[in-house]
Ligand binder design. Sequence first.
Ligand SMILES: *Cc1c(COP(=O)(O)O)cnc(C)c1O
Length: 228
Amino acid sequence: MIAENLQIIKEKIDKKCGFCGRGGDEITLIAVSKTQPVSAINDVFNAGIVNFGENKPQELKSKSEIITAPLKWHMIGHLQTNKVKYIIDCAEYIHSVDSIKLAEEINLRAAKAGKIQKILLEVNTSGEDSKFGLKDKNDILSIANFCENSGSLNLCGLMTMAPFTDNEEVIRDCFGKAKNLFDWLKGEGFGITELSMGMTNDFEIAIEEGATMLRIGTAIFGERNYLI
Ligand SMILES: *Cc1c(COP(=O)(O)O)cnc(C)c1O
């Protein structure tokens, strides 16, 4: 089932990229494995996916310790400063940096671990208070400047989430805002390349609006069972 799901998604990605004049190789597909068992993650890995996303630090850490395959882990959920320690050794990317305080803590921990940590800044493009993320360009700029001089952070781009709605225009507006912020920050001289946006219900719109990283869970693994 998982191999078929992946095949369908890959075809949709390629088709949408072709439609937009983009190359399929511009897109990194991240399989969001939160709540999913290790066996399912191994199935997805064996079907050719190497990038996996988790939204809880301890879950990411414990899965990274159990799974021996060379996966790349992405921390995609909200991250509290006191939980950076769980993921600093195992996260390839942290997508959810939304404060200078968090950036400072990641920088300290990465320096101690002897690594350069790749991060994205989470931006709130929906205006919803329930969502995390930076809203103010000045805040984005000051964290970007901090990263530049930090020593152990590599700022790779931006991440955003659209609201849960079937109103396509609302979703497109959020992704368009993230792309505008991305282009603006690049224009400020930061060498960013990644725009992480698009999930099961909206990834095709995200591709149209310039996403380079898609975070897809349900369409790959099936519905999540939160009782596990
Ligand atoms: C769960 C989650 C996803 C994937 O959601 P699906 O709708 O299952 O594809 C993507 N991004 C974040 C931050 C998530 O928490």
